[in-house]
Write a protein that binds this ligand. Structure first.
Ligand SMILES: Cc1ncc(COP(=O)(O)O)c(C=O)c1O
Length: 364
């Protein structure tokens, strides 16, 4: 089976260095929480993302939760959210007791940010598949950027996660800088926000000698996970170069087959090559058929959040979200694919697709 993410190959890349370092850590570390390795990795991430601060958290989801708390979002507040992503992009809003007001994605799959009419305490902007939303078009004083998928991508020539009052990263095993399981980070430039984030990830208080100064959540980082991120960062440039190579190959071959590939934004976003999406007639059916031929694809994503009665007050259709929910299938494109595997992916797509899968329209 050609795996969507062959996680054991991640281990082949990072395993030796990680186990060497973690053995030393277990023998020497007095403090298992936010200590030397955490700080080292946070500095590297801040630099890579052109930010003054980076703070590790126990997941990207926790990072979103903390951004909302640091933005002062309280129960009953409204937050502008995307109608199409993984649930992590919107569930923290709900968990805080705030209300998401949903907006559609653009035809490139990232959140549409023009024409936002509703008043809201904050906007959580989510870029998907590797691209950012059109960040310069946002007219809102509190932009919280869910940049989990666009780490290593750029917007207007700058790292995409450098946009927004705060932004987050995820180190989930399917991300550009993956580790075993997941981890996260919150990024910002403002000193007051930085102080709040640091305390909020630690249940809102500094130590037992002082009172509780902030609302918070238990997301304080651990040294051994920071080490994992450190090891993965050593391979990031090579993985990115390979991601691009695979992306270019898949684009060329699929275009020859008249398969619709997720379009490149018409604004200044350069993808991180996080995911490769194609449009087929029925994505679940296609996924099941191609799996029988040994290729694992994924149906990211399957919800129009605006239609979910649990989290939406105003159930309704969303033009591009509904198109993506029905048609957008992600195919293997991880940096660990061999050339032969890339060719097999193309051969099997050719084998299972029928004429309804060709030229699926995103517009119209
Ligand atoms: C767009 C987006 N936001 C948030 C997250 C949540 O990250 P994590 O899995 O680290 O909680 C993910 C991860 O899949 C994601 O893709």
């Amino acid at each position: 089976m050609i795996k969507f993410i062959p996680t054991t190959r991640l281990y082949d890349d990072v395993g030796e260095q990680y186990f060497d370092l973690v053995k030393k850590l277990y023998k020497t570390a007095d403090n298992h929480f936010e200590s030397e390795w955490t700080e080292k990795v946070e500095k590297l991430l801040a630099k890579l993302c052109d930010r003054k601060y980076a703070f590790l958290t126990t997941s990207g989801t926790m990072g979103i939760h903390i951004m909302l708390l640091a933005a002062g979002v309280k129960p009953g507040d409204k937050v502008i959210s995307t109608s199409y992503s993984c649930p992590a992009s919107v569930m923290p809003v709900n968990a805080i007791g705030a209300k998401s007001i949903f907006y559609d994605v653009n035809k490139f799959g990232s959140q549409e940010v023009t024409n936002i009419k509703d008043e809201a305490k904050a906007i959580v902007v989510t870029g998907l598949y590797g691209d950012a939303s059109d960040m310069d078009k946002i007219d809102h004083p509190m932009v919280l950027h869910d940049s989990a998928q666009n780490f290593c991508g750029t917007y207007n020539g700058k790292p995409s996660p450098s946009y927004g009052a705060m932004s987050i990263l995820s180190f989930n095993e399917n991300k550009n800088c993956p580790i075993f399981g997941t981890y996260g980070a919150v990024l910002c430039d403002d000193d007051n926000l930085a102080e709040a984030i640091k305390l909020m990830r630690k249940n809102g208080y500094k130590n037992r000698e002082v009172g509780i100064t902030h609302r918070g959540i238990g997301a304080q980082p651990h040294e051994d996970k920071a080490l994992q991120i450190y090891c993965s960062l050593q391979h990031l440039d090579r993985w990115q170069a390979r991601r691009k190579q695979i992306h270019d190959y898949l684009t060329e071959e699929l275009t020859k087959l008249n398969v619709t590939v997720r379009p490149t934004p018409d604004y200044n976003s350069v993808t991180s090559y996080h995911k490769f999406a194609i449009f087929v007639n029925d994505k679940r059916e296609f996924r099941d058929k191609i799996k029988e031929h040994g290729v694992e694809c994924q149906v990211h994503y399957t919800n129009n959040f605006a239609r979910s009665l649990l989290i939406s007050d105003n159930p309704r259709d969303m033009y591009y979200t509904d198109k993506y929910v029905q048609h957008a299938l992600t195919i293997p494109s991880s940096p660990w694919l061999t050339d032969a595997e890339c060719e097999t992916v193309i051969d099997k797509i050719k084998l299972v697709m029928n004429k309804n899968d060709q030229g699926v329209m995103i517009d119209g």
